[in-house]
Ligand binder design. Sequence first.
Ligand code: ZN
Length: 485
Amino acid sequence: MVAKRQIYENCFDQMCFPPARHFFDAKADIESSEVFRLIKLMPKGAALHGHDTGMVGTEWLIKNATMRSDLWACTKVSTSQPTPPMELDLLKMIFAPSVPAANTCPDGAWISVATLRTTNPTEVDPWFEHFLSLVTPDPTTRYPNVNVAWEYFSKLFDVTGGLLSHTPVFRDYFTQTLRELKDDNVQYLELRGLMLPTYNLDGSTLDTMQVATLYAEANAEFSGQQVPGEWFGSRFIYAPTRNVDNATVDTYVQTAEALIRAHPNYLAGFDLVGQEDKGRPLVEFINQMFDLRAQVPDVKFFFHAGETNWQGETDLNIIDALLLNTTRIGHGFAISKHPAAKRLAAEKGVAIEVNPISNQVLKLVEDLRNHPVSTLLAEDFPVVVSCDDPSFWGAKGLSYDFYQMFMGIASKDADLRFLKQLAINSLQYSSMPADEKTCALEAWAILWDRFIASVLGNPAPTNKKNRAACVTIWNNNVKLQTNEL
Ligand SMILES: [Zn+2]
């Protein structure tokens, strides 16, 4: 609290308060603060809202993924970027044993990334940094409104798609996702993803069911390597894009059913993703959602809903998500405008997944002190904090979003108890089965005591140990998930 209050005092009548500034501008100040250092050390429980290809720090992409052989970049000469290779726009990438056909890069030309690295040894890393995230020195000019921000955001998926959907990179990327969360003192993940096919160098591909197997396998492998009680595993929410016709959503229903049957332990449920304002409203897919529930009666929904500034249209997705018995709501940014929906969510224990930095970068709120969740916190509404796509805003793990919640969205007086409750909520509102959840909460409490002791410079408490029954559950999970392969 001393560290927190100091930032308030130093910044009270200046423009230096990090949550009031754009994250790209405030990031370095956040990182150098004592509050951030402590939040990083804190066991934060679960990340319940993150997307498959937006999770890993850009540094890994540049230093690992783009260093691999046989990578090609489709580039176009740009008029706005002055120095080489900055004068080239990066449109997309692909791994191939020889130069890909020219017609697969119709607006530009394929260049070998290895060659680019030889001719421009120092410029290539910053070049990738520029094209692999939204980070820019002047975000307000580059992203004047929500639609422009979403255009850039959506383009990132084209730029990184061919890089990340190469099977070996894809698998390593997922493992790196888990590793970075674990390193950031997060204990559990529910990842949303599209399960799109991946490709191999010889031109063969893995289909959705094989990709699911790949995930489950990498997940079990990672969990198997962790100390029991320090990592509670991860689950997957099948979340294809919402901007499609009903026939496509029919196929999603079939795929979701097949995935849940094949991986009952690993698959947590279903969601639809993409810019809500531009995509189709949930109500138009109501029959498909009923079909899915008819086929898999205990299917859980985790709908993105109300990620909008508008009122009277897109935000009504919140009502439909609740009527469909959603387990949590992704974002729910607009829920404060709907008292009945708010009451219903609170009564049913449907938490909203708040992603502060995502909301700011994608232009829903500028100064995080104005985030609508402030009011909900004051009312003790069920909330979890998450990171959405940290990779795209130059963040990593969950600590940055915890910082913004603690410093900018919660009260000046919200203290350690607030941070503790956020972590407890993340486990409480996870989709873990009841016995597993009890174990996770117990194990997390041990990590918490250890954290407090280490901050105070006391010896680690040794009087509490994980129950044998819990260790059995975690080991069984690894076994179950391995058996599903
Ligand atoms: Zn999201």
